[in-house]
Design a protein around this ligand. Structure first.
Ligand SMILES: [Zn+2]
Ligand SMILES: [Zn+2]
Ligand SMILES: [Zn+2]
Length: 320
């Protein structure tokens, strides 16, 4: 059973998906994402695989419970895809070649455009959970795409903030942040012609890295071919730095923040956000009481110091 339940106290939808409880845990000897499993083509480079335990689907199932005016219930209409990064079970994003990563960026774009055109879809969220500490049940390198029937709350907040800033200052908020970060440089960790990666001034997590497109773009659909390649390159650099920081495959949550798929959002600016849970080599930051129950974050580190650590981790300068 899966449905959307409205929380009127914070005005947010909660997706309930009880079937997800039956998800398999780290399979020991069989992986559905490996060629030869019978579940994916025998030969692929990158591949969209429908999630076996979707939180959203078309057509959606009937809700398990009836709603009313106070407790609104909606069908969990939408899509959940798994994006397979590579047929090799034992690789990860930073180990992929630039040409292979460019294929991934193009697949994201193609799938984004398909999902965006489905009626009733309001947001397409491309993301990756990496590492067992994030709760990843399949070690095969993959990300996911959720097509939502509503704009998720954090994105809604970003869209509103960008619009308000644009109205008040006649400038893009993100372009202003980019200008400030690039001129200061203290929080910058990597740059190429088209993208800048830095720990934002307002980071909530110690190693939180954001990648901003230098051009004022809203979605992957507006990317030029050079931008697709440059995105592949900066993704590789950032994730390589993460892996080289402590010498192990660094877990993270990564999300592409694009504008909502309905209406026009000219003040929004494409960016990617990384949230690694580590605050040191062997310590994790948790979503504890204050973070979970109040929404306010306590970051025990200085963005400037953490950025210096990531700047010093290889690759230390723009490799070709
Ligand atoms: Zn596999
Ligand atoms: Zn902008
Ligand atoms: Zn964002």
């Amino acid at each position: 059973m899966t449905e959307l339940r409205w929380n009127p106290t914070v005005r947010e939808w909660v997706s309930t998906a009880t079937e997800r409880q039956n998800r398999p845990l780290l399979p020991q000897d069989w992986c559905p994402f490996c060629p030869g499993s019978g579940r994916v083509p025998d030969h692929y480079d990158v591949y969209i695989y429908p999630n076996d335990f979707p939180a959203f689907s078309v057509p959606p199932p009937e809700p398990a419970i009836e709603g009313d005016d106070l407790y609104r219930v909606r069908k969990s209409y939408g899509k959940c895809d798994v994006v397979l990064y590579h047929p090799d079970h034992n690789t990860s994003l930073p180990q992929l070649s630039l040409s292979h990563l460019t294929l991934l960026v193009r697949l994201w774009r193609k799938r984004f455009e398909e999902l965006r055109s489905l009626p009733g879809i309001r947001y397409v969220l491309i993301f990756e959970n990496k590492g067992a500490v994030i709760g990843v049940t399949m070690p095969h390198p993959h990300g996911q795409i959720y097509a939502f029937p509503f704009v998720p709350p954090r994105l809604e907040k970003e869209v509103a903030a960008a619009r308000a800033y644009q109205r008040a200052h006649r400038r893009c908020l993100y372009c202003e942040i980019l200008k400030k970060e690039r001129s200061g440089g203290r929080r910058m960790i990597a740059e190429n012609e088209e993208f800048s990666a830095f720990i934002p001034f307002y980071a909530r997590w110690p190693y939180e890295v954001h990648i901003f497109s230098r051009r004022h773009l809203q979605t992957l659909s507006e990317f030029r071919p050079a931008e697709e390649e440059a995105l592949a390159q900066i993704l590789k650099w950032v994730t390589l730095k993460y892996d080289n920081l402590y010498g192990f495959s660094f877990p993270y949550m990564m999300l592409l923040h694009q504008s909502p798929t309905q209406g026009r959002h000219p003040s929004f600016h494409f960016h990617i956000e990384f949230y690694p849970p580590h605050r040191s080599k062997d310590k994790l930051k948790y979503m504890a009481s204050v973070e979970t129950g109040s929404g306010a974050f306590l970051n025990d580190s200085l963005a400037e110091e953490k950025a210096a650590e990531l700047r010093a981790a290889n690759p230390t300068q723009a490799p070709g």
